[in-house]
Structure formats: C-alpha cells, structure tokens
Design a protein around this ligand. Structure first.
Ligand code: SIN
Length: 475
C-alpha cells in the first residue's frame, strides 16, 4: 500500500489473517492488507464505553461538537487523494469517482456540523392559561450502523455526521469487503479530536454476529442500516424486541422514463450518469428504462453510442470510467439476469465482450418487456434494459409495479406532464430532467420496501434525536 502518502491513515492495519480479515483488490485479486477484527467481548466493552462517553459528548455545547466535526471535514478534504486511492484499491470504482465520493462523504460532516447548532425545540400555545408547553430535542444515546461496500465512506459519514452532531455516540460496522476506508476516515476523526469511544469502527466474526449484538444490546438505542431489503427486514425484526429506533435505506428498482417531448440528448447524459455510476452498483442507479415509442429508436441508438465510449478497467488507470464489480457472485448474478433476459427475447444493441476477472462490459438491451425478470430485480451492475411504452397511464402503472420506492427519473419538457408524473410516481426521490440527485442538502430515502427514514438534509439529524415535551404547570 505504498501508493498511500499519509501512512497514518493505515495505522489501524494488522499484520496477518490471525488478527484480522484480508481485504483484496477487486481489480487484481491481490490482498491489500488486513483489517482488525474484534472478539465479541471487545465489541461489548466498546458499547459500554460508547454509552459512558456519550453522556459527556452530549453535554458539550453544540458549537464545540460542531467545531470538532468541522475539523474532521477539513481533514477529509486534505486527504481526498489518499482516501480516494484507498477506496479504489478496495472497492474498484475509478479514482476520480472515488475522490468524488470523498467529497460527497465529507459534505455530510460539514452539513451536520452546521445542523448541530440548529436542533431547535418549540414553544406550544397551551390549552389553558396556567400552563406553558415546550419541546426540546435530545440525543437518543448510543447509535450504531451497518454500512455497505458500494459507498465505503459516504454511507458512514451520512450516518456518523448526524449522530455525532446530535450528541449520540456512534459505532459502525462497515462491509467486510471495504473496511479500510472506514478505519481510515475514523482515524481522521480521532486526529480532529473526536474521542475514540464516541466514534468506533468494528468488525466481528461476521455480519450476522455483529448485527445480532447491535440489535439485542440494551444500551444501543438506534440502528441505521444501508443494504438489501432482505437483510433490512431481519434487522428490523430483531430490533423490534426492545423497540429500537431504526432507519433503513434499502433496495431500489429505479425507473428512468423518457417521454416523447424530452430533450433526448439530455436524457442520454442523465441515463449515463444515473446508470453507470459505480459500475451500476448503487441503490439509486436507473434499473429499467421506459422510452416512448416515438423516440425509442433515437434514444436507444444515442444511448448505446455513449455506452460504447465507456472504458472498463482498473480504476487507478487513466481514463477508466467503469471499474470491476465487487465479487464473483455479483458478476454471476448480473450475468444470469442478462442471459435470462436474452432467453426471454431481449437483444443487446451491441454484443458485449466477455471480460476477465470481475470486469463486465456495459450493455444496453432492447426488445425488453415489462414482465421480464431483469425488470423486477435490482440489477446492481452495468446493464441497461430499455422498454417501449405508448401511454402515460400504462407507463405509471409499470413504473410503480415494484415492491421498491427509492429513486425514479423522468425526462419531459411539458410542465403539466412533469407535475402529474412527479406526483404519481410512488418513490421517495424523483429526478426530473436530471440523472444525479444525491446531495447532502436534500432528504435521501425511500417508500415501500426501500426503507424508512431520511438521511442528509435538515431531516437527517432528527433520526438521532428524541423529542421531549415539558409541561410547566401552576403558572
Ligand atoms: C446508495 O446506493 O445506497 C447510495 C447512493 C447515493 O447516496 O447516491
């Protein structure tokens, strides 16, 4: 790992498999290093320490917590290149994109450093003249999180930022595939002055074990999870035993709709941004494209031409836009969705090359119909199935015909249609003439089985606070 200039970012690393888990580079298969694994009693000790430390942390003036978060934010920016490189090495996304994620991740720390000072309560007009009613917001206590491999930094900071700003302590279990970035960003938090007991990164024997501890430990009052709907459902069930607060950012099946009045060139740009970010491995990636009959051929031709320009390869190489997918089983899953669609009648616009290792050639599929399996599954890979439609009502029914409701996108220049479709889509987020919707200032989250709660924005900090109502009598 001599590519990393600031070696303090790697100070957590352990020497071998006996002490930690091996982390490998999905582009080359080489082992990058070993991340520390804690035995169960250490994780339990950490929770006790987090609970103790939280009380002091919450007593700090909000401005002090805000200042520490600002310092962390600055260190993240100062280390953007190294953090980006580390992320590319363990996750695969191209270095420029990884640096973009560092900035995106840091933006949550900056945003919640500011929000820390604005957790206002209210005064409520009382129903009788002898009473005065007031609310205040208080931190929940110890919050924990389980985060995925597709955004090794941003999914942590999007949760840690509001938790720490609110006055909670925070324990995160990152993905076993990408723990190096997680430990590195925590190291910068410690350098900024955030106490080690207030922010902890842990890996255990496996995800199930840590999930079990997080959801059953009485000192943990909140669990925030980003990952699959299947795992989220289990974590919610486990959290129900002692009524823990949960936030769930789960799977998606985003429709990307192009109406006949759309600016087709703009739609192609939006489609590229939305579909191929992180090699198609995001919960908000366009998963299925619906294009009006009248503009179908034009869109498909232009979209495929843009897709053929994508350079697939090791994310550290110049000019690469699409890195490897995360694992062999992910590659097999994506390939079997492509094969299944082709068996059911879909056709690649350009025949994709078969690539070695974990690389996959991006592909646009035409002649796709709404009933194919590839349309109901979350693809999580560089594949774009395109369906024809004729009628707005039929389109809305198809777009909403899913258990998911995270992100959706559409392109139209007709203001009346824009409002109608925006209101009719059963999704937590709608990109209108825009393929990139993620930002720290807007509420990120889904409806239906895509989850509960919102991250980022002014709403994000409320997920880590409780409202206390004070009733002053005898006035
Ligand atoms: C995700 O895929 O879970 C997050 C995507 C984003 O924040 O844009």
């Amino acid at each position: 790992m001599q590519q990393i200039t600031n070696q303090s970012l790697l100070s957590f690393m352990v020497l071998n498999q006996d002490q930690g888990i091996a982390v490998s580079n999905p582009a080359t298969g080489e082992i990058l290093g070993y991340a520390p694994v804690s035995p169960e009693h250490d994780i339990l000790d950490g929770i006790e320490r987090a609970s103790f430390a939280q009380k002091e942390w919450a007593l700090l003036p909000a401005k002090t917590r805000s200042g520490l978060l600002q310092k962390w934010y600055q260190l993240l920016l100062d280390n953007k290149e190294d953090l980006g490189r580390l992320m590319t090495l363990e996750q695969g996304k191209p270095w420029a994109e990884a640096q973009g994620e560092v900035l995106y991740g840091a933006s949550f720390i900056e945003w919640f450093a500011e929000e820390a000072k604005r957790t206002y309560g209210e005064t409520i007009p009382a129903p009788s003249s002898d009473k005065r009613l007031v609310t205040m917001k208080q931190p929940i206590g110890v919050a924990c999180a389980i985060t995925p491999w597709n955004f090794p930094i941003a999914m942590i900071t999007r949760k840690a930022g509001p938790a720490l700003a609110a006055g909670c302590s925070f324990i995160v279990k990152p993905s076993e595939s990408t723990p190096l970035s997680a430990f590195a960003v925590a190291e910068l938090a410690y350098q900024a002055g955030i106490p080690r007991d207030v922010l902890q990164v842990v890996l255990g024997a496996n995800s199930r074990q840590v999930g079990g501890i997080f959801t059953s430990h009485p000192l943990i009052r909140k669990l925030s999870f980003t990952g699959s709907t299947q795992v989220g459902r289990v974590l919610m069930q486990q959290s129900a035993n002692d009524i823990k607060r949960t936030s769930m950012e789960l799977g998606g099946n985003a429709p990307f709709i192009v109406f006949d009045d759309a600016d087709i060139d703009a739609a192609v740009l939006g489609a590229m941004a939305s579909k191929f970010r992180n090699a198609g491995q995001t919960c908000v990636c366009a998963n299925r494209f619906y294009v009006h009959n009248k503009v179908y051929d034009e869109f498909v031709e232009k979209f495929d031409a843009a897709v053929q320009q994508l350079k697939v390869g090791n994310g550290l190489e110049e000019g690469v836009n699409v890195g490897p997918v995360i694992s062999e089983s992910a590659k097999q899953g994506i390939q079997s969705l492509i094969d299944g669609a082709i068996e059911q009648g879909a056709k690649p616009v350009t025949e994709p090359k078969t690539l070695d290792g974990l690389f996959m050639q991006p592909v646009v599929l035409k002649n796709v119909t709404h009933d194919m399996d590839i349309i109901s599954q979350e693809i999580f890979g560089p594949v774009a199935p395109v369906i024809k439609f004729d009628d707005d009502q039929q389109l809305i029914e198809m777009a909403n015909d899913t258990i998911y409701g995270l992100a959706s996108y559409f392109y139209s220049q007709n203001i009346h249609r824009v409002w109608k479709i925006a209101e009719a889509l059963e999704y937590g987020m709608v990109g209108i003439n825009e393929g990139m919707i993620s930002t720290e200032v807007a509420p990120f989250g889904g409806v239906k089985q895509s989850g509960i709660g919102r991250e980022g924005a002014k709403q994000g900090i409320d997920e880590y606070m409780s409202i206390k109502y004070l009733c002053f009598g005898g006035n």
